[in-house]
Ligand binder design. Structure first.
Ligand code: ADP
Ligand code: MG
Length: 682
């Protein structure tokens, strides 16, 4: 059988080499690429009720000509035609530029259809098009396609039309009838026709519905198939840990676990015990107690005779973790070491050799841990903290370390569920959705920079209670381009303000590592009362005596980051505060500040952040691994995403999916993406 849709676009009658060239520049090579080059919007020619139309909106309306049109010339070729039009109960003006010939075609009391931009203040439509008569069966929507290079919107519209005319009937169904019936989805051929050439809003809606589901289903099938393969084909290790010792360890922690901590510990431990390889994401808001969970699991792995690794994004954090874990592990005879890029020479060699011989049970460090020279004797469990800072590639290298260690990715940036099940769709997810008892919410205030005097007074009051404060600035040094408070300036002005009363420390990314450690240590020992810092303290840092977080130019940070920063306080039993110094100009900026003052719930914030910034910006940069969808929108079409995920999960686990005829197109899809290599999956 010829696969018509895989043929070159030059097979389309009316498309020659030259056009094909322009299409190639847009990555359109095959008939299929053209057919699935979808409109990103439509010119909307639906008739509108003027009462609903906003100022400056582009609209199409129908009305009766109420007066003789008047034509004025100015200049040789320029003209203006004005007529009065009765639209329902409104009498409006219509202006048409440079179409003088229309004057003789228009007669009083005749119906005309006009399209253009509505000026609500002057009750005038500046029209670019006037048709005599009503629009009965004319197209309501005209597709507008993305274009690049030489191609014009008109040009691509024509190409797609030609492709559709000749090959539209060869579009094949992918979704089996059972699922189509279940969700009342239209078939693929119709969906494609309607998405390009909708006659009305309903057709457009049905087409979108169908194509969105298809896109999500294919994506989720791929993720779920990957997950299944990972579980079944990559032999994991069965870590037979000692429940008794683990229980003992938990009982000796300085606090009882929360229910949520207990639940996720059990989820992780049963992964360790199973022959499958763990690939799990652990989400928990700042301060929800992920470190304790990590410690328990690392300990369990050690009792099973394996080594563990904990990887964090900054040296400061690595140092802190090493210290607090050592306190927990030393009494139970577990050896825990720190390895960062600043540990060099003899010491480094020593650690590396003890790691290889198995004398070290648990290694804590930064990215340095995944360098080649680091060899374990028997690595059983790898945990990364704040994983979204590690790239997808680093995630992969990490998973390839050792035999096939179980891997746990922890994140303190609550990831909206939509993103969690797309960017991390192939993983299992555990959530700590409960804070340790007795935590107070951090009171958050948004103040304008003019009120700095009062903020200084507030800082002073906190310091007098023997509490400590962070002051966060976006930049290190003064910059010509950006009018931002920088850490160095702020530091010197605070030193000046507080004189001998309080000690002010300075921390930023350009300090050498050992100096950073010194500053951090001094702050945690209360030798500095205030720490002025860039965002290097953002992640994980734990100084329970700090009760005040002041953030300069807060509008420059995303919600998730602000929440992270705020999470540096509120770690002890005292009431803590966060002050956002910001004068945002945009509405979303103001909105962000307001949300911060309204909630302490990281999951709520992350959902709002996603809404305000969109999926692409959520994680920042390109390391997010968030797939790009052609038609679906993760945020807007969230319900469909969830549904598709459930369906995909059920499908990959059922034997009929791998056998039945009606699933052939979906299985072919999996093969084409390389997830399946032709073989069956069960
Ligand atoms: P996260 O890493 O999730 O931000 P941490 O593990 O650093 O949170 O815990 C924050 C603080 O809460 C630490 O001081 C820790 O000792 C404490 N903590 C953790 N779990 C509990 C618990 N179940 N009850 C009381 N305090 C806890
Ligand atoms: Mg942490």
């Amino acid at each position: 059988m010829t696969n018509f849709l895989k043929q070159s676009v030059t097979e389309i009658r009316g498309i020659g080499e030259e056009t094909a060239q322009s299409l190639a520049e847009m990555n359109i090579y095959h008939v299929e690429d053209l057919l699935f080059h979808l409109p990103y919007r439509y010119e909307d020619y639906r008739l509108r009720d003027l009462a609903d139309v906003k100022h400056d909106e582009k609209i199409t309306i129908q009305g009766k000509v109420h007066s003789e049109p008047s034509l004025t010339y100015y200049g040789r070729k320029r003209s203006r035609l004005i007529l009065r039009l009765l639209v329902d109960r409104y009498l409006i003006s219509v202006v048409l530029f440079n179409q003088p010939y229309l004057k003789n075609k228009i007669t009083i009391n005749e119906t005309v259809t006009v399209s253009g931009k509505w000026d609500a203040h002057r009750q005038t439509l500046t029209a670019n098009e006037l048709k005599i008569g009503g629009t009965s069966n004319a197209q309501d929507f005209e597709p507008v396609y993305p274009v690049k290079g030489n191609m014009t919107v008109k040009g691509i519209r024509r190409c797609i039309y030609l492709a559709f005319k000749q090959f539209g009937q060869h579009v094949e169904e992918t979704i089996p009838i059972s699922l189509r019936q279940k969700y009342k989805l239209i078939n693929r051929k119709d969906a494609l026709r309607f998405i390009h050439y909708p006659k009305n809003g309903e057709e457009l809606k049905q087409a979108r519905r169908r194509l969105v589901y298809e896109e999500f289903l294919l994506f989720q099938l791929k993720m779920q198939a990957l997950r299944k393969m990972e579980r079944e084909n990559s032999a994991g290790i069965r870590q037979e840990f000692s429940s008794e010792r683990v229980t003992g360890f938990i009982n000796h922690l300085p606090f009882p676990l929360t229910n949520a901590q207990n639940r996720v510990v059990n989820e992780i431990l049963s992964d360790l015990e199973s022959p499958y390889r763990m690939n799990r994401l652990l989400q928990g808001d700042v301060g929800s107690g992920k470190t304790a969970v990590a410690a328990i699991c690392l300990f369990a792995s050690v009792t099973a005779g394996y080594q563990g690794a904990l990887m964090v994004p900054t040296e400061i954090l690595a140092g802190q973790h090493a210290e607090s874990l050592r306190n927990l592990f030393e009494p139970v005879g577990v050896r825990c070491e720190l390895l960062t890029s600043s540990i060099k020479g003899k010491r480094r060699k020593e650690i590396l050799s003890q790691l290889k011989s198995g004398e070290i049970d648990i290694l804590i460090g930064t990215h340095a841990l995944i360098q080649d020279e680091v060899e374990f004797k028997q690595l059983g469990l790898v945990i990364t903290d704040e994983q979204h800072r590690f790239g997808v590639e680093q995630r992969r290298i990490l998973r390839e370390k050792g035999e096939s260690p179980d891997v746990l990715f922890m994140t303190a940036t609550p990831i909206p569920r939509t993103l969690a099940i797309t960017a991390f769709g192939e993983m299992d997810v555990s959530i700590i959705d409960e804070m340790p008892a007795g935590r107070k919410t951090i009171e958050t205030y948004w103040v304008k920079p003019e009120m700095m005097d009062r903020v200084l007074g507030f800082i002073e009051k906190e310091l007098q209670k023997c509490h400590q404060a962070y002051v966060i600035c976006p930049l290190i040094e003064e910059s010509d381009k950006l009018d931002v408070q920088n850490a160095i300036d702020v530091h010197s002005s605070l030193v000046h303000y507080f004189q001998d009363r309080f000690k002010i420390g300075l921390m930023h990314g350009r300090l050498p590592a050992d100096e950073k450690d010194e500053v951090m240590e001094a702050f945690s020992e209360n030798k500095f009362h205030v720490l002025v810092s860039t965002t290097v303290v953002e992640v994980g840092v734990n100084v329970p005596n700090a009760t005040l977080m002041v953030i300069y130019d807060a509008e420059r940070f995303g919600l998730s980051q602000l929440h992270q920063l705020r999470g540096r306080v509120g770690r002890g039993s005292e009431q803590s505060y966060c002050i956002l110094l910001a004068d945002p100009k945009s509405e979303t900026g103001k909105e962000r500040m307001k949300i911060m003052t309204e909630t302490n719930d990281g999951f709520v914030l992350s959902e709002r952040d996603l809404e305000l910034r969109g999926p692409g910006d959520f994680f920042g940069k390109k390391q997010s691994g968030i797939p790009e969808f052609k038609i679906a929108d993760m945020v807007h079409d969230f319900a469909a995403l969830e549904t598709a995920r459930q369906d995909a999960t059920i499908l990959v686990e059922s034997s009929y999916f791998w056998e039945a005829e009606e699933y052939t197109p979906l299985r072919d899809y999996l093969t084409s993406t390389g997830v399946l290599k032709g073989e069956k999956l069960d």
